[in-house]
Design a binder for this molecule. Structure first.
Ligand SMILES: Nc1nc2c(ncn2[C@@H]2O[C@H](COP(=O)(O)OP(=O)(O)OP(=O)(O)O)[C@@H](O)[C@H]2O)c(=O)[nH]1
Length: 981
């Protein structure tokens, strides 16, 4: 609230005597100003200041031309410095208000003092006047101003009127001195609104600045400008970005720590100040902020960041206030939606996001636009917008790819469609395809294989502390070509005649044997042998054998030499990185001559196994499984090699090993043959192997003896697992059954996922294959086998058979005998049932017969594969071979009654046979084909054959369009059954 002054205070301020003011007031009819202690209302004080200021500025002119006492008196009393300042301010006012200047220009010299006196009222828009003040100003003007200058002088006063008019309408035309009762009321009205309008709105002119004394107190803060600017502040002329106000400002919860102090611009920082004002709630504890509020500056139309920021401190802060203002922030944030990740803080982003979510109309449109352009907000963070590296875990589906990268599922599906791949959101993608899609969006996909519970378990075992490390027996794998004598050699070593019991004389599945031999130092040494099948179909099993072995004995028949599977075995050994010792077996055979041996050495050397006899490093031992020759030498070499390798294992802790084989045994259920590689396993141990888990019920060694506990390098058969594990599965003894179960169940889930994924697996390659499959003749097979390993390799072998036209599809493969459900499945899917080393029961056979389902069982793998191959070949369309036997030229065509058209021909090549097929060629074009002859005549006789150089009459069955000049070609067709390569 503005403070009223006493006369003496005002006099001091103006540098005049109190008496002068009292006298002037009395002269002007101002009531209640009787002595130096009289109270001067604010409005009156302004008027009094003007009197003395006017008197000062018009000093010289007044001295010459103005004879009016009031002004003349004032002129004489105004101090010089105050006068100089007033002149300066006036000049500034002219700059700021050209309009005011224009009104002054017509003024004559005589009117100049008056005009100058009126100008401050107009241009400076001083604080609100009360009626008396206004009246005083008008009175002054009326006395001194020429008629032509009056309207311009009065105008601002009229504009300043509303406040007064409201109180006293109609009084303007008859100016009177206000009554004492009216005056306080008007003063109250005029002083109240002054509060919000602070100094920075006063533009460049300070009409109430003291003119007499330099060190006078600050002008009263409550004094408000009058005239135009009170109601209509001058428009800020900012050049900053135009901010579109899009909605009513939302109340923003104050964040004092984030607010810049300020907002009230300096003289030229008004723009920034405006930006900072308006919608902000007052923050009383923040003076800078408080200054920024208010109707005059708080229009929310301020410039953007720093726009119009003043050069003074206040201006700078005003600019900052503008940047922090809600509207400014919203404007900036919205821009960021389009331009990408912003510099805004997390809090700002959350704030923005919340607003966007709740917004409608324009903002939603902006958000949509931003989303389409891929900028701003959450979208901006998405790799689909930013590109870069993205990790994804297998198995990958379109859905998971979309989730990881932000690529829309539909876009991925469309992409695949364009590539000719039909897919759905749940379709699996191989990693290559997923990467290809990602690359379209400049995303580098880093495909991570999912770490299974088993892998975690494996790591636990790998990282565990070794507590009882000791030397262990070597594990030796015997590899070699089929029938080169692997099993016989092993038999010789372990004195067990396994080969005699093998159906077809072939080792069908992997076996592990623990053999005690006489070591090089005459100590008994134990060696574990793995006997692997030699047939090509068992490649996978051989590979597994090589992976768990310490060294390899490569059996090569001395009468045969290095064969394809010998080379393959060498490659497996090399891949496993284990030493190889060659057993040149069947050395007792007459074909095993020295020359042959040398030839084989050459073959071995050519495959990277240079024999020591040739100066190489590969030991080659000549052996005979029949006579036993060289077998001890071989064992000695193995022992030496084991010493070199210094093989050790941890005999403490839980066992870990590898499944060698699994089979279902009557009364025992799932039986796993395992090789323990580290730790201990006991009857009662909890174990997991692949999908199988359980508690070890019983254990037998390789000789069939029951054991209760076993350590490293021990081949065992164990029962107690709930399912059959696969050959090659890692076997772990776990602390609890739950742990084993968890690992096994996860493996089962993964298998199921993989199976499901493989059903709908989409790749560019297999899509074409799938299409072809519609045209391929499929031989569907239900496959049963005695053990898992055989089943795996049989399945692989069968599915490899076939070509573009025919193929085998194993629709079901399982270990065990042929059951009714196998037959029913085969019936439903038009399949054959094939059993290897398994049988079917009588009732099952009866069902099969009733449904005409073909059940075939085999004991030798060759027979099974050959039969299936023959079945496939039978499905192949036969090859059609055409042989031209003769050609005749039509010389003339006759129409014979009862017979129709007859072509008179000359046989030009071979012979025309009655039973042959013919085609007609006209001008090099076949006009009809695969026709039969209706009649073949020579002269008038029907004949079976007409030879070259002979004329004949030909009638073609169903074709009467033969013309002279046609060629009739005679040919035979033979069909040849095709073979699969
Ligand atoms: N004369 C002679 N015959 C042998 C020798 N070793 C094996 N044979 C014979 O060769 C044939 C095949 O022997 P296997 O031991 O079954 O050969 P394999 O390599 O184990 O054969 P697969 O199990 O099919 O891989 C048998 O008839 C054996 O009697 C040998 O040193 N000398």
């Amino acid at each position: 609230m503005a403070k009223a002054l006493r006369v003496f205070e005002l006099a001091k301020e103006l540098g005049v005597k109190s008496k002068v003011i009292v006298e002037r007031c009395t002269e002007e009819g101002v009531p209640n100003i009787t002595n130096h202690m009289s109270t001067v209302k604010v409005g009156l004080a302004v008027t009094i200041r003007e009197w003395f200021a006017n008197a000062d500025s018009g000093e010289e002119e007044a001295a010459q031309s103005d004879s009016e006492g009031g002004v003349a008196t004032a002129t004489q009393t105004v101090a010089k410095p105050a006068r100089a300042k007033a002149v300066k301010r006036k000049a500034t006012a002219r700059k700021a208000k050209p309009k005011a200047k224009e009104t002054e220009e017509p003024a004559t010299d005589e009117s100049a003092p008056t005009t100058q006196a009126a100008a401050p009222v107009e241009a400076q828009a001083p604080a609100a006047q009360d009626d008396s003040a206004t009246q005083q100003a008008e009175d002054t003007s009326a006395q001194t101003t020429p008629p032509e200058a009056r309207p311009a002088e009065i105008a601002p006063t009229e504009q300043a009127q509303p406040a007064a008019d409201e109180a006293k309408p109609g009084e303007e035309t008859e100016p009177q001195a206000p009554t004492p009762q009216e005056q306080p009321a008007v003063a109250a009205e005029t002083t109240e609104p002054t509060e919000p309008a602070k100094a920075d709105d006063t533009q460049t002119i300070d009409p109430v600045k003291p003119v007499g004394v330099q060190n006078v107190p600050e002008r009263p803060k409550t004094v408000m400008p009058v005239g135009k600017q009170l109601e209509k502040p001058k428009q800020a002329t900012l050049k900053g970005p135009k901010v579109v106000r899009v909605e009513r400002p939302d109340p923003v919860s104050p964040r004092p720590t984030r607010r810049a102090p300020g907002g009230g611009g300096g003289p030229r920082g008004g723009g920034g100040g405006q930006g900072g004002g308006g919608p902000q709630p007052p923050m009383q504890d923040d003076p800078g902020f408080t200054r920024s509020r208010g109707p005059a500056r708080g229009r929310g139309a301020g410039g953007g960041p720093g726009a119009g920021g003043g050069d003074g401190r206040g201006g700078g802060r005003g600019g900052q206030g503008g940047r922090r203002g809600t509207n400014a922030r919203r404007s900036r944030s919205n821009d960021n939606l389009l331009t990408g990740p912003s510099q805004l803080s997390k809090a700002d982003m959350e704030d923005l996001d919340a607003k966007l979510k709740g917004a409608s109309g324009y903002l939603k449109q902006r958000r949509r636009l931003a989303s389409q352009k891929g900028g701003g907000g959450a979208q901006a963070m998405s790799p689909v917008v930013t590109g870069g590296k993205v990790e994804i875990e297998e198995p990958i589906t379109i859905k998971s790819l979309s989730a990881a990268t932000g690529i829309k599922s539909n876009d991925a599906i469309k992409y695949l469609f364009k590539k000719g791949v039909m897919a759905t959101i749940n379709s699996s993608l191989d990693s290559e395809m997923a990467m290809e899609i990602a690359m379209e969006y400049e995303i580098e996909l880093d495909v991570k294989e999912k770490k299974s519970a088993e892998e975690v378990l494996q790591k636990v075992f790998a990282d565990r502390e070794r507590t009882d490390v000791r030397s262990r027996p070597p594990v030796v794998t015997v590899l070699g070509h089929v029938d080169h004598g692997k099993t016989s050699l092993l038999d010789r070593i372990r004195a067990a005649d396994v080969a005699a019991h093998e159906a077809g004389g072939i080792t069908q599945h992997i076996g592990a044997y623990r053999v005690t031999i006489d070591g090089s130092d005459n100590e008994k040494k134990t060696v574990v042998f793995l006997d692997t099948p030699g047939h090509e179909a068992f490649t996978a099993m051989r590979a597994r054998g090589a992976q768990m072995t310490d060294m390899i004995v490569l059996v090569c028949a001395a009468d045969d030499g290095v064969m394809p599977q010998t080379v393959e075995s060498i490659n497996h050994a090399k891949a496993a990185g284990v030493p190889i010792i060659v057993a040149l077996n069947k050395i007792d055979r007459p074909e095993a001559t020295d020359d042959k041996v040398q030839e084989i050495y050459g073959q071995l050397a050519a495959n990277g196994l240079n024999p020591t006899a040739w100066g190489g490093e590969t030991e080659v031992v000549k052996t005979s499984a029949i006579t036993g020759e060289g077998v001890n030498d071989l064992l000695e070499l193995l022992d030496l090699q084991a010493e070199v390798l210094e093989l050790t294992a941890d005999f403490g802790g839980n066992a870990v090993g590898t499944v060698v084989e699994g089979e279902m045994q009557p009364g025992r259920g799932a039986v796993a043959r395992i090789l323990v590689q580290e730790g201990q396993i006991k009857v009662g141990s909890f174990a997991v192997a692949g999908r199988a888990f359980g508690r070890v019920r019983d254990m037998t060694d390789d000789r069939g003896s029951a054991v209760r506990e076993a350590g490293p390098a021990t081949p065992l058969e164990i029962s107690g697992l709930d399912e059959l594990p696969d050959a090659g599965d890692r076997f772990y003894v776990t602390g609890t059954l739950k742990q084993a179960e968890d690992v096994a169940k996860q493996t089962r889930d993964r298998e199921r996922e993989t199976q499901l994924a493989s059903k709908t697996k989409v790749t560019l390659d297999n899509f074409a294959d799938t299409l072809k499959a519609g045209q391929v003749n499929l031989l569907r097979v239900v496959l049963k086998a005695d053990v898992q390993g055989s089943l795996d390799v049989l399945r692989e072998s069968l599915e490899k058979l076939g070509n573009d036209e025919v193929a085998v599809r194993v629709i079901h493969a399982a270990v065990g005998g042929i059951t009714e459900s196998d037959v029913l499945l085969a019936d439903a899917s038009e399949a054959v049932v094939v059993g290897f080393q398994v049988a079917s029961t009588g009732p099952v056979r009866e069902i099969a017969e009733a449904r005409t389902i073909d059940i075939r069982t085999y004991r030798v793998i060759y027979d099974l594969i050959d039969d299936i191959k023959a079945g496939l070949e039978g499905m192949l369309a036969p090859e059609r071979r055409e042989e031209q036997t003769g050609e005749a030229h039509v010389q003339e065509v006759f129409k014979i009654s009862k017979l129709g058209l007859v072509a008179g021909c000359m046989v030009t090549e071979g012979s025309i046979e009655r039973e042959s097929k013919v085609r007609v060629v006209r001008d090099g074009v076949v006009v009809t084909d695969e026709r039969k002859l209706n009649s073949l005549r020579r002269v008038k006789e029907d004949v079976k054959e007409v030879r070259v150089g002979t004329e004949c009459g030909i009638r073609i069955e169903g074709y009467d369009d033969v013309k002279s000049g046609d060629r009739i070609i005679c040919y035979k067709v033979t069909e040849i059954a095709r073979k699969l390569s």
